[in-house]
Ligand binder design. Structure first.
Ligand code: ADP
Length: 240
């Protein structure tokens, strides 16, 4: 699923969070939105997800205009800090959640749900945690379960907001490698937000460098790293 953002403008009061932004994301790629805090990364991700509407501009999925579409119609899976795992549910029930709340007509049978959840838990290599509760898992394991939950509804697009945040360095490194591997396996169009240059350079196929609601540069990690487009990008990548 390709994504095309056209002239997106978003204000919060007088503050311009996204300033007439254009962006194309190719199908099957893993794209990082990279930039300092407050540059508009999360807002852009939320607009792609349909969790937030822009003041003006259009969003296209596979060249189809989906601007006004509600989040539930877009076929996106997301891992946002805001939507953490349900603490009172087992890992199994957390991963099954998206399937059990589908309208009756589209809802898989119990056996189908069971099969799907087991497969997803195998995919994230956490089959053994099915009957546990989130509190019994490590931070990295919880993030992998959150990913399995996002993938349960077979989304066309996967959106991740700081998926490696709030974890210690070793777990972050492990999770990065793991996300890369997962992406290579299932080739789902994915966009993740980070303020960490190293993370973007190591994991992404393409990097979009944002600053003050605008895009400063986009390209492959090598392009962005070897040929920073302007002094901002040069400065920003300076400490890698
Ligand atoms: P980033 O993800 O790059 O840190 P955000 O997209 O979260 O940036 O935020 C961009 C700017 O918009 C920030 O200055 C933030 O304070 C502001 N902002 C985001 N959401 C809201 C909101 N709901 N109300 C007011 N201001 C907001």
């Amino acid at each position: 699923m390709s994504i095309r953002i056209e002239g997106i403008q978003k204000r919060f009061g007088d503050f311009i969070a996204l300033d007439n932004l254009d962006l194309s994301i190719r199908s099957g790629e893993l794209t990082a939105l990279l930039g300092p805090s407050g540059s508009g990364k999360t807002t852009l991700l939320r607009i792609i997800a349909g969790l937030e509407q822009a003041d003006s501009g259009r969003v296209h999925f596979n060249e189809q205009d989906i601007t006004g579409q509600h989040v539930s119609e877009r076929g996106v899976g997301f891992v946002f800090q805001h939507y953490a795992l349900f603490k009172h549910m087992t890992v199994f029930d957390n991963v099954a959640y998206g399937l059990t709340v589908k309208p009756k007509k589209l809802r898989p049978t119990k056996a189908e749900i069971d099969k799907k959840v087991r497969e997803l838990l195998e995919l994230v290599q956490l089959g053994w945690t099915a009957e546990r509760y989130p509190a019994q898992l490590s931070g990295g394991q919880r993030q992998r379960i959150a990913l399995a939950r996002a993938l349960a509804v077979e989304p066309k697009v996967l959106l991740l907001d700081e998926p490696f945040g709030a974890l210690d360095a070793k777990v972050r490194a492990e999770l990065r490698r793991w996300l890369r591997r997962l992406h290579d396996e299932i080739h789902i169009t994915s966009v993740f937000v980070t303020h960490d240059q190293e993370e973007a350079l190591e994991v992404a196929d393409r990097i979009v460098v944002m600053n003050k609601g605008r895009i400063e540069q986009e390209g492959s990690p090598d392009e962005v790293y070897d040929k920073p487009a302007n002094p901002f990008v040069y400065e920003f990548l300076g400490n890698v």
